[in-house]
Structure formats: structure tokens, C-alpha cells
Design a protein around this ligand. Structure first.
Ligand code: FAD
Length: 351
């Protein structure tokens, strides 16, 4: 049975830094908000592409890493308790006859909302998949692009695929957890493109026999009669086809940003970006806003602080749609008792 449709006032598509700050600004405007991201965690490019690298141009924060900024933004929105729907891509967006919008995600989550905020950055970060016919049917059961964690793989023969940081890190995490029956690394060569420390740790595990390396490319799946994945057929460097039995396959081939479904939502795109008005950050479709790296306007700069400004004005514009009966006033977080209440700091003694 399908899950019930979530009725809300705003859906933010993308939980990168700008999507997170968008949620904060919507919280201040008392707009009920849900966030969705294709990744299993928040933070967008900051968390995915440069979690440990320093950022120096966030106002008031002389230096912080991509991960730290993500954690601070999550802490900032915590008072609003806005549901975060992770690991699911928004696939469709359409307007309903009553003027609201219907959205559906790859996990089957359905929303009906008054406003939509597209904070999709460079597109949804989706895992690169090995081109093996039939693999999709095994996703979430024996094929996992994220997780599923060492406990879920207890007693299993696990094959990790890839030769970059993510693959090596997954392998080492599983090795240190010690729950798997066996661990195999499947990579097209015996050379890795990874951090030297990870490379060295994996080489040690290979030398001591804790992990096996199979250099080659998977070319086919061997299924049992009841549709379970029993083995991979692997084309080896020696031009033979090997049979690699397994219980679980963890492809870690990196992520690629996919604009994907957004291009089919009927919104006017300009070189894969959404043109917006700079007073509201609304697209040409009333009620649909675009903020952060996904939008374009004269003078646009793809910087986090520009996205924060855009999100602030977009939230004011959304409040006028969601609460037409109210005058949208400018209130300061420093002095407004109502904002203090919303932020859960009413009565707090300033330190
Ligand atoms: C190496 C590097 C260093 C950088 N350093 C700086 C810096 O020092 N200062 C600075 O200001 N900027 C910096 N930037 C740029 C900055 O990271 C971006 O401007 C910022 O991340 C944009 O934020 P965003 O929220 O708009 O998009 P993103 O961070 O791209 O987040 C978008 C999110 O939307 C999700 N998404 C997209 N489509 C969908 C969908 N259909 N369904 C569900 N989820 C979806 C994606 O999975 C992603 O998580 C740097 C960028 C890089 C790559």
C-alpha cells in the first residue's frame, strides 16, 4: 500500500548548504517545511566533495570545513524539527488543479505542497552503477550503493567494488568491524586512485590475507532459481571469465550529479539552470523558487553566502503565499519574542 501523501506548505528539493539554510529561513517565517535529498546525508557538495577542506568565506566563520558547516546548519534548523527525507530523489513535480504542487520521490514519498524550493545545486548526487543487466532488481537486498553497515552484513561474503577512497574506506570499515565472513575488493586493475594512507592500509590487509583483490570487470550476474544473486562473472585481466561467489555487492564507484528529472518538470531552463527574479528568487512558475547553484540571474555567483541571501528573500516571498492573511514583517532574531519562541530560546539568559 502506498504511504499517505504528506500535506505541507513547503518542500525543499536538495539539502545542500543552501537548502538547509532555506529550511531555516522558512522556519523563521512559520512555513511548515520538508527537505528531500538524494544523498543519504545532508550537506550537498560540502559534505560530498570537500568534507575535510576548509572554507574561508562564510560570514562570521573565519574557517570551517565542509562537514563542519553542514553540522552547524543542521544544528541551526534543529529547533524547527523539519523532516529530512534522505536517500531519495525527487522524480516528479507537477501543479494540481487547486494551484498546489504534487511531488514524488524515488522512494515513493508523495507530497502536496503550496510552495517548492529547488535547491538542487549541480543536480542530484546519484551513485555510478556497474552496467550489469538485472542489477537494479537486487538493489536494497543484496546490492547496496550506501551502507548497509557491518551489522547487516554479519556472516556474509561481501564484495566491494572500486579503487578510490570510498571503496577502500568501506572495505577497511568492514574489516575493522570484523563481522563479514569474507571481504573481496573487485577493481579493474591492481592500482588504486586513493589517499596514500588508505592505499597502504588496504595493501597491508591484502598482504596478510584478510582481504582478497580480484582485478577485473564484472560482466554478468549468476542468480539462483529464487532470484538471489549467487555470483558475479568477472572478466579478468588474463582474458578469462571467473566466477566470484558472494552474498552482498557494495559498488563504490563514486557519485555523479544528475540534473535528471528536473529537466522534465516543465520549468524554463537556461543552460541547465533555472532563471529567477532577484527580488523573490521565484522561477517563472509562481510558487516555485530556485536558490543556490541551480539558479541563474544577472551577476550570479555560485557561492554559499549568495545562496543564503537568495534563500532569505525566497522565504519572505513564500510566507506571503502561505500566510496571505498576515503582513510579512521583518523581525530581528535578536529582539523578536516570536522568533525566540520559534527558536526555542524564549526566556534564555544571554550569555
Ligand atoms: C571543491 C569545492 C570547494 C568549494 N569551496 C567553496 C568556498 O570556499 N566557498 C563557497 O562559497 N563555495 C564553495 N564551493 C561552492 C559551494 O560548495 C556551492 O556553491 C554550494 O554547495 C551550493 O549549494 P547548494 O545547496 O545550492 O547545492 P549543492 O551543495 O550542490 O546541494 C544540492 C543537493 O541537492 C540534491 N538534489 C539535487 N537534485 C535533487 C533531486 N531531484 N532530488 C533530491 N535531491 C536532489 C543533491 O543530491 C545535493 O545534495 C566549493 C565547491 C567545490 C566543489
Amino acid at each position: 500500500m502506498d504511504a499517505p501523501v504528506i500535506q505541507t506548505q513547503a518542500v525543499v528539493v536538495g539539502a545542500g548548504p543552501v537548502g538547509l539554510f532555506q529550511a531555516f529561513q522558512l522556519g523563521l517565517q512559520e512555513v511548515d517545511t520538508h527537505l528531500v535529498d538524494a544523498l543519504p546525508h545532508a550537506g550537498g557538495q560540502c559534505a560530498e566533495l570537500y568534507p575535510d577542506k576548509p572554507i574561508y568565506d562564510i560570514p562570521g566563520l573565519p574557517v570551517c570545513t565542509g562537514q563542519e558547516l553542514t553540522e552547524r546548519l543542521l544544528a541551526q534548523i534543529a529547533p524547527f524539527r523539519q523532516p529530512l527525507h534522505l536517500g531519495q530523489q525527487v522524480l516528479s513535480l507537477g501543479r494540481l488543479p487547486d494551484g498546489r504542487f504534487a511531488l514524488r520521490t524515488s522512494a515513493g514519498t508523495a507530497f502536496v505542497t503550496q510552495t517548492v524550493f529547488i535547491a538542487a545545486g549541480v543536480g542530484a548526487f546519484v551513485p555510478r552503477k556497474p552496467p550489469l543487466p538485472g542489477l537494479e532488481a537486487l538493489e536494497g537486498r543484496q546490492v547496496h550503493y550506501h551502507g548497509p553497515g557491518a551489522a547487516a552484513l554479519t556472516g556474509q561474503h561481501v564484495v566491494v567494488m572500486g579503487g578510490e577512497d570510498a571503496a577502500l574506506q568501506t572495505l577497511l570499515d568492514l574489516l575493522s568491524a570484523g563481522t563479514c565472513a569474507s571481504l573481496t575488493l573487485l577493481h579493474r586493475t591492481d592500482k588504486f586512485k586513493a589517499d596514500p594512507a588508505l592505499d597502504a592500509a588496504v595493501r597491508t590487509a591484502l598482504a596478510t590475507g584478510q582481504v582478497r583483490l580480484v582485478p577485473g570487470q564484472p560482466v554478468g550476474l549468476e542468480l539462483t532459481q529464487d532470484g538471489r544473486l549467487a555470483a558475479l562473472q568477472v572478466a579478468t585481466l588474463a582474458d578469462t571469465t571467473d566466477h566470484l561467489p558472494l552474498d552482498a555487492l557494495l559498488p563504490r564507484l563514486g557519485l555523479s550529479p544528475k540534473l535528471g528529472p528536473l529537466a522534465d518538470w516543465g520549468l524554463a531552463l537556461e543552460r541547465k539552470l533555472l532563471p529567477v527574479a532577484t527580488d523573490t528568487f521565484s522561477t517563472a512558475e509562481t510558487g516555485v523558487f530556485a536558490v543556490g547553484d541551480i539558479n541563474t540571474y544577472p551577476g550570479k555567483r555560485k557561492l554559499i553566502l549568495c545562496g543564503f541571501h537568495e534563500a532569505t528573500l525566497a522565504a519572505f516571498a513564500a510566507a506571503a503565499i502561505v500566510h496571505p492573511e498576515r503582513r510579512v514583517l521583518l523581525q530581528y532574531t535578536t529582539t523578536s519574542p516570536r522568533l525566540h519562541e520559534l527558536l526555542g530560546v524564549a526566556g534564555a539568559v544571554p550569555g
